[in-house]
Design a protein around this ligand. Structure first.
Ligand code: IPE
Ligand code: MG
Length: 220
């Protein structure tokens, strides 16, 4: 979800205002995914590298995350969405951990749209914690499936498409293992401007891709 700060700057608003509008965009995207029977959607909200931002911005982001968990996610629970937080939650502010734990508990038996929110997430950290989990179990040799199962996304399908907004063309430590065969879509759109039309454009782009998974087409 990139481009909140630039969205705000363009309007001479504080970065915080961009993040606030980013939450609105997230709501639109979740509604779109729900309405279009998407199985699983993941939002990259806060990376392991984002701790290097000024404390004021980190505080504003966690204030938003807390509010989001209290209001928006409560709504997801009642709509039957499955909710999973990807990331190392032990380093989050205690209040954030509490609200998130409450929501996860309430959504435990849900079976609807799966909404993943990556908070204090980094793909390298995720792979390292998976390997450490495996080592602690005493295993000395593993296969790819076992590693997949120990990631925060364990049990979920790999993403068909990964979208980065804000004009940057890189993955920035996002779902490195899971993205092996994902289609990558890069948009110049700043995240707060995401709407249904942008979602439709992503679908059109994705639909035009030829996913061969290293194979060749029959008859070629
Ligand atoms: C949102 O966009 C990313 C986070 C919520 C951490 P940015 O804050 O990175 O916005 P830009 O890149 O400065 O525009
Ligand atoms: Mg950015």
């Amino acid at each position: 979800m990139d481009g909140n700060g630039r969205w705000a700057k363009k309007r001479l608003l504080p970065r915080k205002a961009g993040h606030k509008q980013g939450v609105e965009a997230m709501r639109r995207v979740v509604d779109w995914c729900d309405a279009h029977a998407i199985e699983c959607v993941t939002f990259y909200a806060f990376s392991t590298e984002n701790w290097q931002r000024p404390q004021e911005e980190i505080d504003a982001l966690f204030e938003l995350i807390d509010k989001f968990a209290d209001r928006e996610m409560q709504n997801y629970v009642s709509r039957g969405f499955r909710i999973r937080i990807l990331g190392d939650l032990t380093q989050l502010p205690p209040h954030t951990r509490e609200v998130l734990a409450k929501i996860i508990e309430q959504a435990r038996t849900n079976t609807g749209l799966c909404v993943n929110i990556a908070i204090n997430y980094g793909a390298r950290q995720e792979i390292v914690q998976a390997v450490n989990r495996i080592l602690r179990s005493g295993l000395r040799e593993i296969d790819a499936q076992m590693l997949s199962d120990c990631l925060y996304t364990g049990g979920q399908p790999d993403p068909d498409v990964i979208v980065r907004t804000g004009g940057e063309k890189r993955l920035s430590n996002f779902l490195l293992w899971q993205s092996a065969y994902s289609e990558l879509v890069y948009l110049d759109t700043y995240w707060p401007d995401m709407d249904d039309a942008a979602m439709e454009r992503i679908v059109a782009d994705y639909s035009s891709r030829d996913r061969r998974y290293g194979k060749i087409k029959r008859g070629e």
